[in-house]
Design a protein around this ligand. Structure first.
Ligand SMILES: Nc1ncnc2c1ncn2[C@@H]1O[C@H](COP(=O)(O)OP(=O)(O)OP(=O)(O)O)[C@@H](O)[C@H]1O
Length: 299
């Protein structure tokens, strides 16, 4: 049974299509990244998962509960950390978390609230007013709020936007612990290195369409042209001209579809009696994959 099942989901606002026939599943225990530029449809999809907006077409199930037909059970299974800081400025941190527990029908939840406060470094702020907290602390309360009902599936919509490095790292430690404890995590982020270090699978949305869905390693391995920079003893043989992307500092830079192609390049150079004086291979990172794909490529 998948933790999240998105089946042919479309969402239209009038003539505008915010989500266009999106389908994927997330398995229990996965740490899944949802990437895409501003306006790609990530928040729209998360709202649909949380039952806050209804898809124009398609179905979503959280832990096998349909988010429309079986709203309560689906909502109980899901914790959402929203992108915006939404809170009542007149409530204390503890009151905020008690109210949220109340929405889920949890009357006596203080032991868990205390544990959440402790884990998120908020114990000494329990009685502080929400409006008196720094932005980073409010963000932590948003995380605590999403967890009051101990949902098996947790969705974080850019939780580290505008957060300092230290808090970012402590949040990641915490979210990793949740994942290690068996929670399924879906994360949207603009920090690609975050997706790269934390997640097992990565989905990319562009203009409401799912344009890629891969295990991280595969995405990195097969989709990117690697750049190889060569310092040669003579001109590049004509047979290799089609691979050349530029020349810089007396070096010629070639784009290879895969690293194995380097053998052919070296063999061609040897045959042409051109010596390689220096050689370096550029690192592949998710950011370059992502940028290439967002500019029209596909996997
Ligand atoms: N209620 C609405 N009415 C009309 N258009 C909307 C509405 N909500 C969202 N949209 C549009 O749908 C598209 C997708 O928006 P969404 O917020 O899902 O993007 P996103 O991927 O979350 O972007 P960001 O990274 O900026 O949060 C945008 O073009 C947005 O303007």
């Amino acid at each position: 049974m998948p933790a999240i099942e998105i089946q042919s989901v479309s969402k239209r606002y009038g003539a505008f299509t915010a989500l266009d026939n999106v389908s994927f599943t997330v398995e229990p225990g996965e740490f899944f990244a949802l990437l895409g530029p501003n306006g790609a449809g990530k928040t729209t999809l998360i709202s649909a998962m949380a039952g806050l907006s209804r898809p124009s077409e398609g179905r979503i199930r959280i832990m096998n509960h349909d988010v429309v037909d079986d709203f309560r059970a689906a909502r109980m299974s899901l914790g959402v950390v929203p992108q915006e800081l939404v809170f009542d400025p007149f409530l204390s941190v503890r009151e905020t978390l008690r109210f949220q527990s109340g929405y889920f029908g949890l009357a006596r939840n203080d032991a868990w609230i205390d544990e959440l406060l402790f884990k998120l470094g908020l114990s000494d702020k329990a009685d502080a007013n929400m409006r008196a907290l720094s932005g980073g602390m409010k963000r932590r309360v948003m995380v605590a709020q999403a967890l009051v009902h101990r949902p098996p599936v947790i969705v974080l919509d850019e939780p580290t936007a505008g957060v300092d490095v230290e808090l970012r790292q402590s949040l990641w430690v915490f979210i990793r612990e949740l994942n290690a404890a068996g929670h399924t995590i879906v994360l949207t982020t603009h920090y690609l290195e975050e997706a790269e270090t934390l997640c097992n699978r990565i989905a990319m949305l562009k203009k409401g369409r799912l344009i890629a869905l891969e295990e991280k390693e595969k995405l990195l391995a097969h989709s990117v042209a690697r750049e190889v920079s060569l310092k040669l003893s003579a001109k590049l043989p004509p047979a290799l001209e089609s691979l050349k992307v530029r020349e810089e500092n007396g070096r010629v830079v070639l784009a290879l579809a895969e690293i194995a192609q380097l053998e052919t390049v070296l063999a061609t150079l040897r045959t042409a009696a051109v010596e390689v004086r220096e050689l370096s291979v550029g690192e592949t990172d998710l950011e370059s994959v992502f940028v290439r794909m967002m500019h029209g490529g596909s996997v």
